[in-house]
Design a protein around this ligand. Structure first.
Ligand code: MRU
Length: 359
């Protein structure tokens, strides 16, 4: 069975002459609007304020941020170092950001300053094309997992968390790539979408699945355990923001609870991620930095007003003590496999797919 290639209905990120257009994810799912980034500061703010989000897309935006910085006329070593510092400080957990910046640095530093701006645009485009290809390959490697379940049961019910679809990448997505591949191949696939408080990235997942015509059901995060226990989920697939050498995987907070419940219910739990999410320099999950996004996101919620305009509503007084770790770490022992662009590996055998990383 051959899947047709998935293409993004609106590009999450694309060059437009000397600037970059992004899809503003803080307006979704109520408004589908692009926003223009013209400077290094615009790119850094886009990542920090989560106009763009999702590990691979953060990396692509950072790469274009370097191009925007050098395109301003100063492509000196100091300008390159300044761009690197600014972008690197935006969000700490997704290693794709550091990966993309290191790749830009490695390509640009050896060049004379006069050649750097053009090379930066080209390298950013190559980073984005690389992610698109990775997403497609992840979809094709994950497809047989879903196909095998559908052959046994007549359909396959996938649970996911956060948004690891096309909105989070430069291609089809990571966790959702096998879902799109299955849907395009005519397999009956249904998705349980958890809302993902506090920022509700699950609404982004529901929006993109509905645009693609994939049957899905939105659930409150706390409903996941019951659905898993009742046998209403065949497989859990999430994305990741950083995977340590031993397979421990950081992803949106709440992923760990789903992995625990899946384990207790005998439901396989998979992570889907490209090479740019692997951090072999990080021995295990304890070394992964976890972003703290502050109390305001817990005390307030984004919703649409009666006119359909996105608005921020107060849920609890801002004086309420609240903490907001944005990610958690799922131990390798709870993960059945990691779906990468090179195939699927048990979490403790990632090295077998990436021998060049050493062991
Ligand atoms: O805070 P976010 O929305 O950037 O977090 C995103 C996630 O946790 C995704 O699951 C992860 O980046 C994988 S995206 C393909």
């Amino acid at each position: 069975m051959t899947a047709t290639r998935f293409t993004q209905p609106v590009p999450t990120l694309c060059r437009d002459r000397d600037s970059v257009l992004i899809l503003d994810q803080t307006r979704l799912p109520w408004r589908c609007e692009q926003r223009r980034l013209s400077t290094l500061d615009d790119a850094a703010e886009a990542i920090r304020a989560m106009w763009v989000r999702g590990a691979p897309l953060i990396g692509g935006t950072a790469a274009y941020g370097v191009a925007l910085a050098l395109g301003g006329g100063d492509a000196s070593d100091a300008a390159l170092a300044h761009a690197h510092r600014c972008l690197s400080a935006t969000r700490p957990t997704a290693v794709n950001l550091q990966w993309a910046l290191a790749r830009m640095q490695g390509r640009l530093q050896p060049l004379p300053p006069a050649a750097r701006a053009e090379a930066a645009w080209a390298e950013a485009a190559a980073i984005c094309a690389d992610d698109d290809a990775c997403c497609e390959a992840i979809g094709l490697h994950g497809l047989p997992l879903l196909q095998a379940i559908a052959e046994r049961r007549g359909k396959v019910r996938v649970m996911t968390h956060c948004n690891a679809g096309w909105l989070a990448t430069l291609g089809a997505g990571t966790a959702l790539a096998p879902v799109y591949a299955a849907h395009l191949a005519g397999i009956a696939v249904e998705v349980w979408v958890s809302e993902t408080r506090p920022r509700n990235q699950g609404l982004l997942t529901a929006w993109e699945l509905s645009e693609a015509g994939v049957p899905h059901t939105l659930i409150a995060d706390n409903a996941a355990g019951l659905l898993l226990m009742r046998g209403e989920v065949d497989i859990v697939i999430t994305g990741a923001d950083r995977i340590a050498a031993n397979g421990d995987s950081a992803n949106k907070v709440g992923t760990y609870l789903k992995a625990l419940a899946a384990h207790a219910s005998g439901v396989p739990f998979y992570i889907a991620a490209p090479h740019s999410t692997l951090d072999f320099a990080c021995a295990d999950g304890a070394a992964i930095p976890i972003e703290d996004r502050g109390a305001a996101e817990v005390c307030r919620i984004r919703a649409a007003g009666a006119d359909g305009e996105p608005v921020e509503l107060q849920l609890a007084p801002d004086s309420t003590a609240a903490v907001n770790p944005a990610f958690d770490v799922t131990p390798a022992g709870l993960i059945a496999g990691i779906i990468t662009e090179r195939g699927i590996a048990p979490p403790n055998a990632l090295h077998s797919l990436y021998p060049e990383a050493g062991s």
